[in-house]
Design a binder for this molecule. Structure first.
Ligand code: NAP
Length: 506
């Protein structure tokens, strides 16, 4: 890419306008930093809550916690927000904070390359090119749908779509439908599809532990209270926050504690599933928490409807109008809904972000994604990730992590200015030490106890999750030590460490 100009057009370019991108933009504006652009591949804001509009789509983190702390909404209709409500919330945020004029819609990131000579990022999208001093990746951890590699998948002649690319124009009424996958998305959409489909075959590879969904609507009185007495809303949010934080005790600190939690899920199966054979089929063989814990009241009842079948034999082949299970049984179908998850690791976007020495994020992440505080990557000056490696949660709200990271990035931008530096980069040794400690902690967590999940890179390394309390992440991101970073290639304490020879440019 040609980047002749030495001063970039923008101070900051943000990729994506979901929770992460909008949060970063709001924080920049709060500090009067207006010279930024948001590059959004779609035609609207909203990220995951714009894309995942399948029937039944909702969040399994309570609304009062799954929202910005600085933009509370006293009017959440229920404990667990539905997709339309979350989408509307994000659209309102974009309008209220005057962000729309910063957004270039229909701009898919095609390449971002660090220009070492001019200390800028050269960004090319589907609509053109620009340069920016800092690049913030708010592209989302679960944004790229993953389709299964099943023999014959391309031969299928009926309708197909991924759960996050729902085609509402296709009427499922009376159709013979197959849903592949039984994860968080499937357990929400299957009960809805079961209401209209003529036949529904659900293909389960691995069962998930599911606990009851303690959902309820907020009463008018509660909403008035939350609006008139903000302290009551804050109290409510804090109560939700700390009850979720408590789960870290089992997930990370003492995995044996999860057995107690598992009893709740086992009781849920006993209560909702009568057939002993089906009970066996839906009961996982790993400890609860190893994969994401799901919440649903209508998943097991849906599976027991007369026109619904749970197929657990595995898929041998997909043919033009059918799926053949591993036991040889062929089931004719009209449509396949792939509820097969996302590229949480090996996100294709990593292949288009090129740092120093011509290496892409995908190149350096071949053995698994790594960053410092999920935000900085050595070799990629002025690149900031939100929801980067090891920031995902198995227990609480990603919005908390996003806010923390956006504040951290803002702090770093300020430090760059204070140091009169054109670049900021985390030191290699700091990133390595951080990740060694992180992986040691993850090794003792529930997520390492013998199950496969999207939390893991194919190497087996857990690259998606933060192994601790979210307030620990917050505290860590607030603690700033200049010597952890290179400013214009020189360590923040003025000392060039032996592990970064020859980096100094000034
Ligand atoms: P997922 O949890 O990764 O589930 C994918 C499902 O597809 C799994 O059951 C998986 O089986 C199955 N699968 C994948 N490849 C397959 C193949 N080749 N053959 C057969 N089955 C296959 O994906 P998701 O349900 O879309 O959810 C992803 C994440 O999004 C969630 O964990 C959650 O973090 C987020 N989400 C959140 C909410 C919410 O309420 N907040 C709602 C939806 C999604 P295996 O288990 O055997 O791999």
């Amino acid at each position: 890419m040609n980047t002749k100009k030495t001063s970039p057009e923008f101070d900051v370019a943000i990729i994506g306008s979901g929770f992460a991108g909008l949060c970063m933009a709001i924080k920049l504006k709060e500090q009067g930093r207006d010279n930024f652009v948001i590059l959004e591949r779609a035609q609207d804001v909203g990220g995951t809550w714009r894309d995942n509009h399948y029937p039944g789509a909702a969040c399994d983190v309570p609304s009062h916690l799954y929202s910005f702390s600085f933009a509370p909404n006293p009017d959440w209709s229920r404990k667990y927000p539905t997709q339309p409500e979350l989408y509307a919330y994000l659209r309102k945020i974009a309008a209220d904070y005057d962000l729309l004029r910063h957004i270039r819609f229909d701009n898919t990131l095609e390449a971002a390359q660090y220009d070492e000579e001019h200390h800028v990022w050269a960004v090319r999208t589907s609509q053109g090119s620009l340069t920016t001093r800092a690049l913030v990746m708010g592209n989302g951890g679960l944004a790229e749908p993953k389709l299964p590699e099943i023999p014959g998948v391309a031969q299928f002649k009926g309708k197909t779509f991924h759960s996050s690319r729902w085609d509402h124009d296709y009427d499922l009424s009376g159709k013979r439908v197959a849903v592949i996958g039984t994860g968080a998305s499937a357990i929400q959409l299957v009960p809805e599809v079961a209401k209209v489909a003529g036949q529904l075959d659900v293909y389960q590879r691995t069962p998930n532990w599911i606990i009851p969904r303690p959902d309820r609507g907020y009463s008018g009185l509660e909403k008035v209270l939350f609006r008139r007495i903000p302290a009551s809303r804050r109290l409510h949010r804090n109560a939700i926050y700390w009850s979720h934080e408590a789960r870290v005790m089992g997930l990370v600190l003492h995995p044996a504690l999860m057995k107690v939690f598992q009893k709740v899920a086992e009781r849920h199966i006993r209560k909702q599933v009568r057939d002993p054979a089906l009970r066996d089929q839906v009961t996982p063989d790993y400890t609860i928490g190893c994969k994401r814990i799901l919440i649903s009241n209508d998943w097991y009842p849906a599976l027991q409807k007369p026109h619904v079948s749970l197929v657990t034999d595995g898929i041998r082949e997909i043919r033009a109008h059918s799926i053949v299970a591993a036991d040889g049984r062929e089931r004719e179908i009209d449509a396949i809904i792939y509820s097969t998850g996302f590229y949480a690791t090996e996100n294709p976007i990593a292949a288009v972000v090129t740092g120093r020495d011509g290496k892409t994020l995908a190149d350096i992440w071949q053995d698994g994604e790594e960053a410092y505080l999920g935000t900085l990557v050595n070799g990629f000056p002025n690149l900031f990730l939100i929801v980067g490696p090891n920031t995902g949660l198995g227990h609480s709200s990603m919005v908390f992590m996003i806010e923390t990271q956006a504040s951290y990035i803002l702090r770093l931008l300020g430090e760059m200015e204070a140091q009169v530096s054109r670049t900021l980069e985390v030191r290699e040794s700091v990133q390595q030490g951080y990740n060694a400690r992180l992986q040691a902690r993850l090794g003792n967590s529930i997520w390492s106890t013998g199950c496969d999940s999207w939390y893991k890179h194919k190497s087996g390394k857990i690259t998606a999750l933060w192994p601790g309390f979210t307030f620990q992440f917050w505290l860590r991101a607030r603690r700033f030590d200049a010597s952890d970073y290179l400013f214009d290639g020189v360590s923040g304490d003025g000392y060039v460490a032996a592990d970064e020879p020859g980096r100094a440019t000034v």
